[in-house]
Write a new protein. Structure first.
Lengths: 233, 233
DNA sequence: GAGTGGTCTAGACCACTTT
DNA sequence: AAGTGGTCTAGACCACTCA
């Protein structure tokens, strides 16, 4: 007669008991087997529900100790960072790209740190601007590690933006972002159609392939219309 | 004789084949049963490996169609937003808090939109500054929905910051962040020890309890030393 | 209608942690 | 040593989507 009990059902019920205050932060909740019995389902079903709640940071689990309601000191949100061209086209604007410069450089101390280089390496330095229609959307300054991606030397990046070429050419395994605000220098203001000193949202990103950094990039956006969005729940 | 095959083992092997280019972006990979056969494990084991890869955005799965290597157009990073006081204390600085104002207000159109209010509601408006030692770290302007948290009226927030009180008092289920850069107004510059026009990193956050917004807050940080970090992998 | 992923089961054993 | 979560199995049925 009764439908099978889904892990979502279990998850919702546990959530409800946490939100209603029936199970308070720090408190131990019943063990998997007990919950499975009370819901009339298999332990695996309860396990999956609790595992997802643990991944979301709502409960903390330990073998032998059991499962506790987490003390919500901080919680993680998911930040989506789309490809520039799609982001622009999603607004209905025409995507346009301009390469400013491309040259081989050595790694100065700043770059050696940013790219986690252990020795002197040759890098490809590319500067470009991404436009939404006629409006500058993002100024990009990028260094590509030629030890990891030597094929980049064969690319002029005049018509294919480096981000797209890299995405399609070199799969990555890990990424790190640093987000900050900065005032536009005279040079950047010129590229982004801003006044000197206008606020910009700056994203610095390092992309890894296994243990090596593929590329380090600094992307600057006009602060008055660009936003990042992150959510959780 | 052979050890059982773990889902992590399967996950690593699939990842390896993607990274090595053996399975290219957009390409269909073998179905779960075929992989299970080739690994000599149960289909559930393969399923879990592929599910996690799908959650990480590396593959895309559809019933009937099968599993494809994702075109990595965008990928999600996890943004950790800690509690201000802990964030400051983690740097070794002393955390200090000052309430600037607290008053009841009605919901103007801007607030009704931000707080997703369907009708006129009373809100508690609190302005405060968080310090790292003697240095202003964050200016906070917050509106609390008194329909959801009427008990907030009993709090003066003179010594207990509203974020901490809310965290401990009202569990939340969902959160949304908007991150942008802005130039400091004269008033904000004064509060944050900046010059007028200096870049600030601004985080706007809405926190939900079920279908209702608990609070809307705008947090402004000096741009020259505050950064957000996000990672994935 | 058929083929794929999505989920649930019932049982088993393993791994970690505390007693 | 014992108790809890973590995982794997083998099989089953369901749900979605495509032809």
């Amino acid at each position: 007669m009764s439908a099978r009990v889904s892990y979502k059902h279990v998850k919702d019920h546990v959530l409800e008991r946490i939100r209603s205050g029936q199970w308070r932060p720090g408190e131990l909740i019943p063990k998997e087997q007990a919950l499975a019995d009370s819901f009339g389902c298999a332990r695996m079903t309860v396990h999956r529900a609790l595992r997802e709640l643990a991944e979301a940071g709502l409960v903390e689990r330990r073998r032998r100790s059991g499962t506790r309601v987490a003390l919500q000191t901080s919680r993680n949100a998911t930040l989506e960072i789309p490809r520039v061209d799609r982001e622009i086209e999603a607004t209905g604007a025409h995507y346009c790209y301009q390469r400013l410069s491309r040259r081989q450089v050595g790694a100065d101390p700043m770059l050696r740190e940013r790219l986690a280089l252990t020795r002197r390496s040759r890098l490809l330095h590319v500067r470009c601007v991404h436009f939404a229609g006629a409006t500058p959307f993002q100024f990009e300054e990028r260094w590509i590690n030629l030890e990891v991606v030597p094929e980049a030397l064969e690319q002029s990046f005049k018509s294919v933006p480096p981000n797209i070429w890299l995405l399609e050419h070199k799969p990555w395994s890990r990424v790190e972002h640093v987000i900050r605000a900065a005032n536009a220098s005279a040079a950047l203001a010129g590229h982004l159609d801003l006044a000197e000193g206008d606020a910009m949202l700056v994203i610095e990103r390092r992309t890894w392939s296994e243990a090596q950094v593929i590329t380090f990039v600094r992307q600057s956006h006009p602060g008055h219309f660009y936003t990042l969005r992150a959510g959780s729940g």
